[in-house]
Ligand binder design. Structure first.
Ligand SMILES: [Zn+2]
Length: 438
């Protein structure tokens, strides 16, 4: 790769000299970080693992590979994806690009095309993109409506095994939360539990005065507690201030003394609610220990989209205000080349770059890089991922960009992905490979 020193392909070990590492992902005290939150380090790799981390030596040690201050990140983590929907864009047309248009287009495509083989092909394509980009772990949501659950969850279980050691996979069921009631809901929860998944769903209930929401949340929490499962929900993905289920979710978690990990994705409408209302909701979110996942590129794509009218708001939740309360805030890629988002490449660096611009996550950038590395890894229960520390696998992403400005200005800039200390092929699969599905 031009610009990089020659990285040995055989995993025989190396000393990376002058690596700029974000302090937010570094578990070693190497001195103060610069204004971009970066620390200059030497990283010794032996037998596929990080053997030592030291402050960068003043002169290059014998045999060292000089990165010339290029950044080094740990393997990337995407906490919220939809790999079962990925890449249906060519055959599932969302005529107006809106959220309702996406829901309709996906439902039609699912009914017509989502065989086990179709899901497996697209899901695998997505994983290959993610791996080439340096991703080591993904949580995906899986459409689990009616008969689809019996098709998709076994494919997920197979792929989770097939990709073990390359990309760690977790999955949450995606239905309406009203669907966990009754016999079919019991069966779905049991299937998810048997596959080692999580309960998830959309909390928007049409024509509800709050009663159905309350009852559905009670049912959901009871199922999760019964099976010992975590919960990961799609919440208030709307610019309508009356989409306000986040507060009731937090109250339900407190009411049930929910012992698992509760996550709420999107929470867009929090940003358009009156400040005092939003403050009270965020206090409840903090009290209930909820993790919030923001999906800025997709929110910006879908929210406030009205044909022929220029969007007036960015669609994202209150990222800074949630963080200021100490709430765990993660950033995810969400959809990729489907009716909910026509773009994307399973690349958390692209997601992060867009999110910095959309959400003003700079000035200072602080520990925001941890939102696509250390924080989602810890939240997925993977303490050895998403961080750089001695003893862990040398799963690293090497960039030429030295400062955050250089890295984030050229998001498709050169990178080398190391897995267990060896560079992996950088080629992304060709879209043409999927042509026969369309
Ligand atoms: Zn989603």
């Amino acid at each position: 790769m031009p610009g990089f020193p020659p990285i040995p392909a055989d995993g025989s070990g190396m000393l990376l000299h002058r690596a700029s590492v974000p302090a937010a992902m570094l578990e070693a005290d190497l001195g103060p970080a610069d204004a971009d939150g970066l620390v200059l380090a030497d990283i010794r790799i032996e037998a596929g693992r990080i053997a030592a981390l030291t402050p960068a030596a003043a002169t290059a040690p014998e045999g060292a590979l000089d990165l010339d201050r290029g950044q080094v990140w740990p393997g990337l983590v995407d906490p919220h994806a939809h790999l079962d929907k990925a890449h249906i864009f060519p055959r599932a047309v969302n005529p107006d690009g809106t959220h309702p248009g996406a829901v309709k287009a996906v439902a039609e495509d699912r009914a017509a095309h989502w065989s086990a083989e179709d899901v497996r092909r697209r899901f695998t394509f997505a994983l290959r993109c993610a791996e080439a980009n340096g991703v080591v772990a993904i949580r995906t949501h899986l459409d689990s409506h009616g008969p689809q659950a019996a098709l998709t969850w076994p494919v997920f279980a197979e792929l989770r095994e097939e990709w073990r050691g390359r990309i760690t996979l977790q999955a949450a069921g995606l239905v309406s939360i009203t669907d966990y009631a009754g016999e079919e809901g019991e069966a779905l929860a049991a299937r998810i539990a048997a596959t080692g998944g999580l309960l998830g769903g959309n909390t928007r209930i049409p024509d509800d005065n709050g009663e159905k929401l309350e009852a559905s949340l009670d049912g959901l929490f009871r199922q999760a507690i019964k099976h010992g499962l975590d919960i990961d929900l799609h919440v208030d993905e709307s610019g309508d201030p009356n989409a306000a289920t986040l507060g009731p979710i937090a109250r339900a978690a407190l009411r049930h003394r929910f012992p698992g990990r509760l996550t709420c994705g999107h929470c867009c409408s929090l940003a358009v609610q009156p400040p005092d209302v939003a403050d009270r909701v965020m206090d409840l979110v903090a009290e209930a220990g909820i993790t919030i996942i923001s999906l800025p590129p997709v929110n910006q794509y879908l929210q406030d989209r009205v044909p022929g009218r220029t969007p007036r708001w960015r669609g994202v939740t209150l990222l800074h205000e949630l963080r200021a309360r100490g709430i765990n805030v993660l950033i995810g890629g969400d959809n990729c080349r489907d009716p909910f988002y026509g773009y994307g490449d399973h690349d958390p660096i692209e997601t992060f770059t867009d999110s910095v611009r959309i959400g003003h996550l700079d000035k200072p950038i602080g520990d925001w890089p941890a939102a696509v590395t250390a924080r989602p890894a810890g939240w997925m229960g993977l303490p050895d991922h998403g961080r750089i520390r001695p003893g862990t696998a040398a799963d690293l992403v090497l960039f030429r960009g030295r400062s955050m400005d250089e890295l984030l200005s050229r998001r498709r800039g050169p990178r080398i992905v190391l897995r267990n200390g060896r560079p992996i092929p950088a080629e992304l699969p060709e879209y043409r490979e999927l042509d026969d599905l369309f």
